[in-house]
Design a protein around this ligand. Structure first.
Ligand SMILES: Nc1ccn([C@@H]2O[C@H](COP(=O)(O)O)[C@@H](O)[C@H]2O)c(=O)n1
Length: 604
């Protein structure tokens, strides 16, 4: 773990089940290679993960099973380690590549900016060579316009110990926000491609389909159906991401999918037993047993990313766990963090502000802080200072909670990593402008049928409800309180009895998935979760007498322009992109850090 990170706490643990073929899975790490400094359960860093994987591979070798490492994208954006350097990712790419990942693919965050697409193409793909798979993603050379696969479309290889014949593919969901030097092919089109149709007729021992795809999105279903149509008997293991949740889904008795959370909080574990290789299948045929009888068994665990759990699962301890390689990488992370001055303090948060652990609006809610205190101060165009305005942003633009205490350079990028700025449409009749926020928050179908799916403004966890989310108590409440749903760890361990042999439960993920509710490796106390709106709004410089203004400036974070224009049109405003202008200089990230340094001056 990094110097200064809180130590993990003891907790009741569930063991890992090993099979013939085993996997460790990371996804949506978003630059959190240093781990979580303030949350004990997620405080291991990338160097620790390297040591952990080393011991787990060793264990696999000893017992003659296999272990493969998977990563399903969104490795960048969301932490100072990536975002604070110029150019972005100066240290991140090299540190990440120290882990020996066996199958790796791309996420949407690698594709938002031309720069990060180029880095993927000229750095990550060469770093991982034949381990990188890009089944529906092309790179487009900006100079020549030449379009070609970002990496190989699939990977076929034999596992080290069991000699399983594996065919692996790597997908990204049908993402449309990618920059022009990339091309994402819709999955429904990829499955019609000749190479795909030929490949799924092959008879490997197992297909491993990885993807930056939420398990409840339709892309994996399309792939599953296309594969099963031509290949009834080969097991398929899916690894997904994007939705930032712990989840597992059973497609049929031979196919299983898991997703492993976000931000280096979770390391996914899947094991498969009962896979038959070619020789065994032939033997069965001799005994007149048909290959239809092959029924693999799948298990899954969501490992909390901390040293307590890593020691537990490897049977090691403080003196026997670290490898030289792991230690070297932890040190490299520390050096990079220092070079980037990530601990530089902008201010002291007077309390915790939660994204979804507190209801919106309420005094502990981070979005309430933004609408009530930050926006009124920072959303100002000096030439239009006195003009009444509504200022809108999407809740998905905020990525993490603010904890009481030091708010650092690192925190700034953790909370607000994007480079989005503010635009506006001047002098919109208020009777038009006032309808926009409701359309963004509840006009889902109206906007979505016009190509602006409002789910994609919200935090990823809310986009595709999982069984955890379904465990709701008040279904018709718009600010739904979910009990027992997965939520990150809290430090509210009020049960603490100080008894280490029987450790008290600490708040954290209590995942429910298609296999049940025993997936988390750490038994947690559940935390509350409140659904948040897709977008939030501040009304600024409105008439003091409480009357409605005639017109307002509609100011919005640039990311939501594709929703704002149709919402205005549905509200009766005849606006197009041509009416949009820049409102002020500076990104949300910059405005936020400036506001904090001016307003949270206390000691911490
Ligand atoms: N410039 C951006 C980019 C993304 N968002 C929000 O993030 C969501 C996607 O998050 P993933 O980590 O799951 O890819 C997206 O739907 C937006 O809500 C943003 O606000 N600004």
């Amino acid at each position: 773990a990094q110097p200064g990170a809180v130590k993990p706490v003891a907790a009741p643990m569930r063991d890992l089940t090993w099979g013939q073929l085993n996997f460790l899975h990371t996804t949506d790490t978003h630059g959190w290679l240093g781990g979580h400094f303030q949350e004990p359960q997620y405080s291991a860093d990338w160097g620790d993960y390297i040591s952990f994987a080393h011991h787990m591979r060793h264990q696999a070798d000893e017992q003659g099973s296999d272990l493969l490492l998977i990563d399903t994208g969104d490795r960048i954006e969301g932490n100072g380690l990536y975002d604070a350097s110029v150019p972005k990712g100066l240290f991140q790419y090299g540190i990440y590549a120290e882990q020996d990942v066996d199958i790796i693919c791309t996420g949407n965050h690698e594709l938002y900016q031309p720069y990060s697409i180029d880095r993927e193409h000229n750095t990550t793909v060469p770093n991982f060579k034949d381990k990188y798979v890009a089944s529906n993603l092309d790179y487009v050379d900006p100079e020549t316009g030449h379009q070609y696969p970002m990496a190989q479309r699939y990977r076929r290889f034999k596992t080290k110990n069991q000699g399983f014949d594996v065919i692996a593919m790597g997908f990204i969901f049908d993402f449309t926000g990618n920059a022009e030097n990339s091309f994402v092919q819709r999955v429904e089109d990829t499955v019609k491609e000749g190479w795909f149709q030929d490949l799924i007729r092959e008879k490997p021992d197992i297909f491993v389909v990885i993807g930056h795809v939420g398990l409840r999105m339709e892309e994996f279903e399309i792939l599953f159906k296309a594969m099963r149509k031509e290949n009834w008997h080969t097991p398929i293991a899916f690894f997904g991401g994007h939705a930032h949740v712990r989840d597992a889904r059973k497609f049929d008795s031979l196919s299983f999918a898991m997703a492993s959370g976000r931000y280096m909080e979770t390391i996914g574990w899947m094991s498969i037993d009962g896979i038959k290789n070619k020789k065994e299948k032939e033997k069965d045929k001799g005994k007149d047993v048909t290959i239809e009888a092959v029924t693999p068994t799948f298990t899954r665990r969501y490992i909390d990313n901390n040293l307590y759990g890593m020691y537990h699962h490897t049977g090691r301890n403080e003196s026997s766990f670290d490898t030289e390689h792991g230690k070297r990488v932890s040190k490299a992370i520390d050096r990079a963090r220092q070079a980037l001055n990530l601990d530089a303090k902008f201010g002291c948060a007077p309390q915790n502000y939660w994204m979804s652990r507190a209801e919106y609006p309420s005094k502990d809610n981070l979005y309430t802080l933004i609408t009530d205190e930050i926006f009124p101060d920072v959303i100002v165009n000096e030439k239009r200072r006195d003009k009444p305005r509504v200022a809108l942003m999407n809740t998905g633009g905020i990525r993490f909670d603010i904890f009481k205490g030091a708010f650092t350079r690192d925190t700034t990028y953790i909370v607000s990593p994007f480079i989005s700025g503010f635009r506006y449409i001047p002098d919109v009749p208020y009777k038009v402008a006032q309808k926009v926020i409701d359309l963004l928050n509840s006009g889902g179908r109206i906007l979505s049928t016009n190509g602006a799916d409002v789910r994609f403004m919200a935090i990823p966890e809310q986009m595709y409800p999982t069984p955890s989310m379904m465990r709701m108590e008040k279904e018709d409440d718009p600010h739904l309180e979910l009990r027992d749903v997965q939520k990150p760890l809290g430090n509210d361990d009020d049960d603490d009895d100080g008894d280490d042999d029987n450790p008290p439960l600490i708040g954290g993920y209590t995942t429910k998935d298609d296999l049940g509710d025993d997936g988390d490796d750490t038994v947690h106390k559940p935390l509350d979760f409140y659904m948040q709106p897709n977008a939030i709004q501040s009304e600024i410089a409105f008439p003091e007498d409480g009357s409605d203004p005639e017109t307002v400036d509609v100011v919005f974070i640039d990311f939501i322009q594709p929703w704002i224009i149709p919402a205005l049109q549905f509200s009766g405003g005849d606006y197009t992109e041509d009416d949009v202008q820049s409102y002020m200089d500076g990104t949300l990230t910059y405005k936020l850090s400036k506001w904090i340094s001016e307003n949270w001056k206390g000691e911490c």
